[in-house]
Design a protein around this ligand. Structure first.
Ligand SMILES: *Cc1c(COP(=O)(O)O)cnc(C)c1O
Length: 385
């Protein structure tokens, strides 16, 4: 029993890359100072490391360092973006637009705002999970203050047309936020070219540490106002108080640097592995691809399986393959995925789904093994009635 299951759940989290860990280590024990301490070298070292990391991250998304606000991850970044904008702009309007397939870290802050008197439109998607831009255009009103559409879906991997959405939002004078937790270092993201006003990022999906992320907040054309959600020492220009977590910030920047450097070759490799896995399932009856094979993350494959019980399938795979049936964050709930039901999947097929998330350290041999195991398991479950 020393054989651990093959990890194929990269949309839930990823291991820390060794190079990232090494970059982080000195900041736990040697250069451990508080970056806000400006009276001694311990603080200066930490502050210089944070400054450098901020510059690296900003440059990668074509922003300026002042536009980066460090947070504990994408959940907090989404909360800050949505609630922070709502609170700062409520005089101009109380209407927000988002999409039914967003992560709970977007949907739940929106639901919270509804309890405060804001109005939220939840757009439906096409059967492949992609937003219909004419629907978005029609939903924008005089009193709309924010549109929030994710870059890549965490369950089915589909990519939303960010540049077109950004262009539309700017032409209508509405702020555009995107949750790019899954997309960063997988597809090119340029906040200037794509007219993005706010963008949520996280490190642990890109081989960085957990507990660190950032919100990009545009400073010019337009300058985005944001009400802070955590008050205290005034760090991050008052937008997010709390002592900066130097090792995590250094690790985040390093992970992003590696991710973007290797993005092209890694994407091509992921695409081959995804094709390899799909070609094993494709000949089977009753297998449905959720999402859009080409217009999606190269490392995502989400399938619904007819004729099996979803929980039984995951249970049978557990000792051999670490996968999930959708979002890890709603893993405890027995309700089918809100993303799959939004695509029009019936409850049974939405429940019997497998989300494969291919990662940096997976090999073609592992993909073959996983395909064989999953197919054998599906076949054996189908014979039981
Ligand atoms: C993982 C994820 C989040 C949550 O990020 P944390 O950093 O874990 O808080 C939010 N949105 C999407 C799309 C995600 O994939």
């Amino acid at each position: 029993m020393d054989q651990r299951p093959i990890y194929l759940d990269a949309h839930a989290t990823t291991p820390v890359d060794q190079r990232v860990l090494e970059a982080m280590l000195p900041f736990f024990t040697e250069s451990f100072g508080n970056p806000s301490s400006n009276t001694h070298i311990y603080g200066w070292e930490a502050s210089a490391a944070v400054k450098n990391a901020r510059e690296v991250i900003a440059q990668i998304i074509n922003a300026t360092p002042e536009e980066i606000v460090f947070t504990s991850g994408a959940t907090e970044a989404n909360n800050l973006a949505i609630k922070g904008v709502a609170e700062a702009y409520f005089n101009q309007g109380k209407h927000l637009i988002t999409v039914a397939t967003e992560h709970r870290a977007v949907l739940d802050p929106c639901a919270y705002l509804e309890t405060l008197g804001f109005e939220v439109t939840y757009l439906t998607v096409q059967s492949n999970g992609i937003l219909d831009l004419t629907k978005l255009a029609a939903a924008i009103r005089e009193d709309t203050i924010l549109v929030s559409v994710m870059a890549a879906n965490n369950e089915i991997g589909v990519l939303q047309p960010l540049a077109e959405i950004g262009k539309l939002c700017h032409s209508r004078g509405v702020l555009f936020h995107t949750d790019a937790a899954q997309a960063i270092a997988k597809i090119p993201l340029d906040v200037a070219a794509m007219n993005i006003d706010l963008m949520s990022l996280t490190a642990h999906k890109i081989y960085g540490p957990k507990g660190i992320g950032a919100l990009y907040v545009r400073r010019r054309d337009p300058r985005v106002k944001l009400a802070s959600q955590i008050q205290g020492g005034g760090q991050e220009r008052g937008r997010r108080s709390g002592t900066l977590y130097t090792p995590q910030i250094v690790g985040f920047a390093k992970a992003l640097e590696i991710g973007v450097e290797s993005m092209k070759s890694e994407s091509e490799r992921f695409m081959q592995l995804k094709q390899q896995l799909w070609s094993m399932f494709e000949p089977l009856d009753g297998i449905y691809l959720n999402g859009d094979f080409t217009h999606s993350l190269p490392n995502n494959l989400n399938l619904s399986v007819e004729g099996v019980n979803g929980s039984a399938l995951l249970l049978a795979l557990q000792p051999l393959v670490a996968v999930s049936s959708g979002s890890a964050c709603s893993a405890e709930s027995t309700a089918p995925s809100h993303v799959l039901t939004a695509l029009g999947r019936d409850e049974k097929l939405a429940h019997a789904s497998l989300r494969f998330g291919i990662g940096r350290f997976n090999t073609p041999e592992e993909i073959t093994t996983v395909g064989k195991i999953a197919i054998a398991t599906i076949k054996s479950l189908r014979t039981v009635i």
